[in-house]
Design a protein around this ligand. Sequence first.
Ligand SMILES: [Fe+2]
Ligand SMILES: [Fe+2]
Length: 303
Amino acid sequence: MRLAVIGDIHVYTLTPPPWALLSKRVLGQANLWLNRRHAFDHKLFDCVLKRVASVEANLLLLSGDLTTTALESEFRDIASRLEPLTQSHKTIAVPGNHDRYTFTSARVKRIEKMLPGFVPETFPKIERLGERWSLLALDGAVPRIFNARGRLGEEQMLRIHEHLSSLTSHDGLVVLCHYPVKCPPKAPPLTYDHKLAESGRLWRMLRRCAARVLYIHGHIHRPWCWQPRHSHSAHITYINAGAPCLTSRRYPLGQGWWQVDLPDDPRKAIHATHHVPDTAGIKLDRKLNGTRTIDKWEARRVM
Ligand SMILES: [Fe+2]
Ligand SMILES: [Fe+2]
């Protein structure tokens, strides 16, 4: 089975109606005007979608933060941008903290209502992927006034525990959650304000799980694929999806997206390929923001 994984897209609306600013959103919009809009180049997104379509994945996974401040206009925008893929691909998305940016957006379940085809109505969402693999989609996004700390809650933790306990060493499990549970040793550690409240508990549960585990997340705008060497967690592979439209000196045309090939037998090797725009010859000029396209891609097989 082939998965395509797209991370933090963060579409935005620069001029929301004034009433929409009577909330934490006023901070998010200020950050958008001052910083984010210079770094996120959504004109690149069509090129990303075309490349994703070309690998003929069986399932498209979106790891959250589709929007910036959970406005209805942002959800409409992302739904129409994704349409060429979501019409032809089974798609599952989990909410990120920016998709539940305000208390109202969480209370009215805006992401679930505005993206009904591919955001599950309830979490955790457990789905079979072929004979031996299953998908566990988690919702760790909660609105907060001053930080971006995530929380799964006891009900989800209980269901996760039940599902993990039912798996054997012949099974494979794909976890899709916006928040990471663990980062590579060289990455900056997760801070209290940005991590999942249950990250330690969830990680210990996954460590004890008998199945082969692939943990897919976003949230940290920096792509990686990490396979710990310790024997107690060597059965877990982590993929951080990154942000496909976030431009930087290191990723002048965005951070790309991931293709993951799951073997029928979960005891065999998983293959992960990072599709990154080929930037040879690209001038690192911020003024080009908004006018760039991706002509060539590099497929970096990392596993
Ligand atoms: Fe994000
Ligand atoms: Fe996030």
